[in-house]
Design a protein around this ligand. Sequence first.
Ligand code: PHE
Length: 348
Amino acid sequence: MKDIKKIKEDFIKESSQVETIQGLNELRVRYLGKKGIVTDGLRRLSELPREERPKFGKVLNELKRFIESEIKSLQQQLESEEAKKRVLSESIDITLPGRYIPPGKRHPVTQVLDEIVNTFVSMGFEVEEGPEVELDYYNFEALNIPKDHPAREMQDTFYVKPSSVDNDSTTESDIVLRTHTSPVQIRGMKKRTPPFRFIAPGKVYRCDADVSHTPMFHQVEGLMVGENITFSHLKGVLELFIHCLFGPETPVKFRPSYFPFTEPSTEVDIGCILCSGEGCRVCKGTGWLEVLGAGMVHPKVFEAVGYDTEKYQGFAFGMGVERLTMLKYKIDDIRLFFENDVRFLRQF
Ligand code: PHE
């Protein structure tokens, strides 16, 4: 019993002298380790007569628990002291310049797209959206482009395999990636009753790739329907739009054209931005650049959405955003938009 008491006294003395975590670990090993003083004492219980063992075992175990809890609280104390010391020794230099984070900016195509949208919104147009994965019906049929129509040739597209969960009657050629934003005309009209005007910006897809074509590009569609809407409204709105985007001096020309879903149809040209109308490589010597397709909504299209063709008229237009961006910033290769080279993108 005296020995045990001595062990406890020694421990208390030694533990009061410990100053570091490392010193504490050494203390723990000396008392509680495999060959430690307390561990050794417990082992030697077996050398005592049987009836003495419980008494000594109890005292030794109490000592063991005492040492364990002392070590634990010492450990916490030392750790918090060391943390304090660390914080005090680390001072912060507030004069050090921060790390430069280069500001990001919007892609040139997005910038021009936003400018187009804002121009039409300021003229009272709503903004409509439609799906990029579209039914053949909306992309072609309802726009007066039946299955064997030659206009389909101009817009060869990507077909989408219907998944097995789809309706059995949907076949491989019924779902396409939309080739233009015109299907949103149909979707938008089904939701509304005239008068209304909306635009529909978004991505479109065609099997095409060269200096002026990419398989994906952006269009903005426009549609205005009401009573007594005439070709004059079409001209007024589009002329104003072009003057907003390219400047009020830009010459605008309406040239007869053909689209199955408009009648009459027109293509809109602007005076060549690069040569100011004198004739160059970009305008192929004509002095003019085509920027838009447009026309008065075909009665067949109104019939597809159940509108009274005697009562309502409307005009529609569609434009390619990459093309307008190329003209506005005099860019000669459409693929630059999608290479994500910062040296190119930084310029806008
Ligand atoms: N959808 C036509 C195209 O992609 C453009 C257009 C839209 C023409 C609306 C007339 C009216 O070529």
